[in-house]
Every structure is written in C-alpha cells, then in structure tokens.
Design a protein around this ligand. Structure first.
Ligand SMILES: O=C[C@H](O)[C@H](O)[C@H](O)COP(=O)(O)O
Length: 222
C-alpha cells in the first residue's frame, strides 16, 4: 500500500466547497494537493494558501487558485504532513524546511489535519532531529544557546552550502534525544534571540490521519 497516497487522499473528505485551505509541504501533502487539484478541475470551488514555494509551484501547475493573507479573514482547514507524531498529537515538523510558514498557517486554521504515515508514530518525540529555523546573523551564538538547552545542532546543508529556507534563514537540525516536555522546549527555543521558530507543534493538530496495525484511522485530539 502507498500509505502516503492513501492518507493524503483521505484528508480530502474534510474539504468543502467555498473553503480557504492551507496546503502543506512534503511527500504526503503532495498527494493531498494533487487530488485537490483534480477536484478543482472538476468544479470544486476552494482557494489555497501554500506553506512553501514548492507547494505554491505545485498548486499553480494544478490550477488551484491561491490567495494571500491580505485577501482572507481566516483559513478554514489546513492539511499538512509531519515527521513525528506522539500519542497527544504533538508533532515534529520541518524535515523539508517549511516549518515556519507551516506553523503560521496551522495557527490560523480553524481545523488542522495532519497526514502522517505509520513510520511517523512515536511514543516520545525526539528521535527525528528537531528542525530549528535561525537567522544567519550571529549563528555561532545562537548555536551556543541551543546547546545550553541540551541540543546537539547540525547546520542543514544542501549541495555543499547551508540550506536556505523560503524565508532566507538557516535550519539547525537539533538532537535533544527524548523530548519529554515539548511545550516547554518549544517556548525555551523560541526565546533565544536568533531563533525564528522550531518544528515543535504542540496542541495544534485537531486530528491525525495515519495507519495503525495496517488500518487507515483518524485519531482526534482529546
Ligand atoms: O518541512 C516539511 C514539512 O514539515 C513536512 O510536512 C514534513 O517534513 C513531512 O514530510 P513528508 O510527508 O514528506 O514525510
């Protein structure tokens, strides 16, 4: 079974005519957006808000009409992938570097649905290194502050150069081992000058569509 495709397309059930929809980033969100494009071509009337330049390009290719923030009051639904999901539906995101725009859009959405294949489900967050978006200025100092919190940082690279986010920032992939208190860590990291945001999404997901024991399930936040 192509889990990502099955899960991504399942999320279409939450899309209703007239909605403003946040379009996630990554290989699972790809299937959601692609199917959404088909439905738009068949007459579905929605508007999209992309979480990355990559998704913006895909949406344009598919003919999904896009809106910017100054044209809308709210986002009805956001659908996005995740790198890890715990039992409380807390997430690590940002494996593709899109965490900041993803968090802005998830935080503005009435309903935030996560689409995550079975490999993403964990007891405790932290095996997947936490992406932390930082401004290039003062990088070495920012790294010191993050290390003081117990994180081992690695500057994400792409083709021999620091990876640049859509916002012109760097990503520090940071290993904290087990993240027992995700909300605390999310806050502490974001208080460090130079940190723009981090990939912890705590208490944001309303539901996660995933595969458990080979069955497609939707888990709602308690
Ligand atoms: O920055 C990227 C996003 O947070 C993705 O949603 C996340 O990395 C999951 O991606 P995928 O569906 O490709 O595993």
């Amino acid at each position: 079974m192509n889990e990502k495709k099955v899960i991504g397309e399942k999320a279409l059930e939450y899309v209703k005519d007239g909605m403003v929809v946040g379009l996630g980033t990554g290989s699972t969100a790809y299937y959601f957006t692609s199917k959404l494009g088909e439905l738009v071509q068949q007459g579905l009337n929605i508007k999209g808000v992309p979480t990355s330049k990559k998704t913006e390009t895909l949406a344009n290719e598919l003919g999904i009409p896009l809106v910017s923030f100054n044209e809308i009051e709210k986002i009805d639904l956001a659908v996005d992938g995740a790198d890890e999901v715990d039992a409380d539906l807390n997430l690590i995101k940002g494996g593709g570097g899109a965490l900041l725009r993803e968090k802005i859009i998830a935080a503005s959405a009435k309903t935030f649905i996560v689409i995550a294949d079975s490999h993403k489900n964990v007891d405790t967050l932290g095996t997947f290194p936490l992406p932390v978006e930082v401004v290039p200025f003062g990088l070495e100092m920012t790294i010191k502050h993050i290390r003081d919190l117990g994180g081992k940082t690695e500057l994400r690279q792409q083709q021999g150069k620091p990876f640049l986010t859509d916002n012109g920032n760097y990503i520090l992939d940071t290993n904290f081992q087990e993240i027992k208190e995700p909300k605390e860590l999310e806050k502490k990291l974001n208080l460090i000058p130079g940190v723009v945001d981090n990939g912890l999404f705590v208490g944001m997901a309303d539901a996660v569509i995933t595969i458990i024991d080979k069955k497609l399930v939707t888990v709602f936040r308690k």
